[in-house]
Write a protein that binds this ligand. Structure first.
Ligand code: FAD
Length: 508
């Protein structure tokens, strides 16, 4: 059976791998010249800048996602870097009892707990409650790889799953506790300010912090040395080794349908590629509105398109600098206040900067030099996209102004940086849209609901059309690379079921 896949992002590549493992003949059509989609990095001069994976859930056995990644990749062959600290947050108002203004969020739970209790013994009870929730998550790591089992086995599994009630109870207890609410419960003003600033002045559910911490502590949320594009290339390599075929620089224009069935893809130069099954691993909105010309929708889909049910995940403004200087003495990831706020032309005022110093990945810059990235998440994607579309000189000017301000601030913070900057680059939501087609330059598809328990309203299929599937980070609010592989696996299982095949995986 022949399957056409749109997009060679991580979802498309993994879908291709799983389908090849199950005896389907697949071809991927990708508009860019390289694999990876959002999972990418780019070279300027001697420097490589990473545009994605700060951490990948399941990098080691401490998370059940490891099992899934291991179906596609030889995980032991990938070099992972595990950070000792997640972020160093520089506070504005308070200092700790040692006169320091930085709160370190260590990834080792015990170290973090002892550090916080040392700073504030009076908050030991609350601190221990938080670390206990992290430890509980570690015990009850939910296995995402659950195959359909016959009745007796599934009953046995159900009994085994009963132990997860404690875990679910913990999730229920913490579901409304945001970092602001947690901070309010702390007596120590330094810690209070620190936890309020955990997400740069934003109120976010604490589970967004504690859940990854459970994996960081187990060294199973590492960064792939070599960067995101190298990681994507490894999946591409596996796909090709399984017999898959990729057409790069081949944008898909339309999904051609006939009598309620997807028949073929219309690509560049009006070439038509037929297939029994079509899967779009590209942007969700583009697939529905452009590729399928809005012919296969229902009320729920319209509500999603009108943003009535979910919001689109933030896009990003990413500033990248190649600096002819070692910066090893600085934390790899920090957030700090700035004296003069940076005013974005989109109207946002930034009072703090976040900076990633990639000294820990020697492949990103020659010895003695450093690749540095500073970024802001933004919900003002439309501003940048429209500006680039309607007024290119104004777009360039706006980019230059912001980049200049960033240089000034980095120079102040890290001392004498300006004259060491060899290359720099600024990617806006318009850049993400241009390269990957993601609606509003979204970095992770849909934003999860406020309390995180948004069951996905997105389906693999669309109404009134057969032989067509959609599988990408848009299928599960929150997105991310583990979701990309998860949906790839699930859509393959669904297709296997529909075509009477028993789903199987083949280890690399
Ligand atoms: C700055 C940033 C940081 C991130 N950090 C992390 C992180 O630390 N950990 C993590 O797990 N995730 C992270 N993510 C999220 C992660 O990168 C994405 O969720 C994931 O890569 C999405 O994969 P995908 O294949 O579903 O979609 P995409 O990567 O968007 O792939 C879609 C592909 O389809 C192609 N395409 C689109 N339209 C067409 C067309 N018409 N014809 C042909 N091809 C087409 C695109 O070119 C693209 O290659 C980050 C993302 C960003 C941007």
């Amino acid at each position: 059976m022949k399957v056409n896949i749109i997009g060679a992002g991580v979802s498309g590549l993994c879908t291709g791998c799983y389908l090849q493992m199950n005896g389907f003949e697949t071809e991927i059509f990708e508009k860019h010249s390289i694999p990876g989609g959002l999972c990418t990095s780019w070279d300027i001069g001697e420097y490589r800048f990473d545009g994605c994976a700060h951490w990948i859930l399941g990098s080691d056995t401490g998370s059940s996602f490891y099992k899934m990644w291991s179906e596609i990749l030889d995980m032991k062959k990938i070099k992972w870097h595990n950070h000792e600290m997640r972020i160093a947050v520089d506070l504005k108002e308070h200092k700790n009892k040692y006169g320091e203004s930085i709160l370190y969020f260590y990834t080792d739970v015990e170290k973090f707990e002892n550090y916080l209790i040392d700073l504030s013994p009076e908050d030991a009870k609350m601190i221990k409650k938080m670390t206990a929730s992290i430890r509980l998550m570690q015990q009850y790591d939910l296995p995402p790889v659950l195959d359909d089992l016959p009745f007796i086995q599934s009953t046995i599994r159900g009994i085994k799953m009963a132990k997860y009630f404690k875990f679910l109870w913990m999730l229920i207890k913490w579901r409304n506790i945001t970092n602001f609410a947690f901070a309010e419960k702390l007596k120590n003003p330094f810690l209070r300010e620190g936890f309020r600033n955990l997400f740069d002045d934003q109120e976010v559910n604490m589970i967004v912090f504690t859940m990854p911490m459970a994996s960081f502590d187990k060294k199973s949320a590492g960064y792939p040395v070599g960067g995101s594009l190298e990681f994507a290339r490894k999946i591409e390599e596996r796909y090709l080794s399984l017999g898959g075929k990729i057409h790069y620089k081949t944008p898909v224009k339309k999904i051609i349908t006939e009598n309620g069935k997807a028949k073929s893809l219309l690509v560049r130069n009006n070439v038509v590629h037929e297939a029994d099954i079509t899967i779009s691993c590209a942007d969700w909105k583009w697939t529905i509105e452009e590729a399928l010309e809005s012919k296969f929708k229902n009320k729920k889909i319209d509500e999603l398109l009108n943003l009535e049910r979910l919001r689109v995940f933030y896009s990003v403004l990413q500033f990248s600098f190649g600096i002819n200087k070692e910066l090893k003495e600085h934390p790899h990831f920090s957030r700090f206040p700035i004296d003069t706020p940076i005013e974005s032309p989109d109207g946002t005022i930034y009072n703090r900067l976040e900076v990633h110093i990639y000294s820990y990945d020697p492949t990103l810059a020659p010895q003695g030099k450093t690749s540095v990235v500073s970024s802001f998440y933004t919900d003002k994607a439309d501003y940048w996209i429209e500006l680039r579309k309607n007024n290119r000189p104004a777009y360039r000017e706006a980019k230059k102004k912001m980049l200049d301000r960033m240089v000034e601030e980095l120079d102040k913070r890290f001392g004498n940086i300006k004259e060491h900057i060899e290359v720099m680059d600024f990617a806006t939501p318009a850049t993400y849209l241009r390269y990957t087609n993601n609606w509003k330059g979204s970095t992770q598809g849909w934003l999860p609901g406020e309390n995180l328990v948004t069951l996905t309203p997105i389906k693999f299929t669309l109404p009134n059309i057969e032989n067509l599937y959609m599988a990408s980070h848009w299928n599960q609010p929150g997105g991310g690379l583990p979701i990309a592989i998860n949906v790839a696996r699930d859509v393959t299982k669904l297709i296997c079921k529909k075509t009477g095949k028993k789903f199987q995986t083949i280890k690399p």
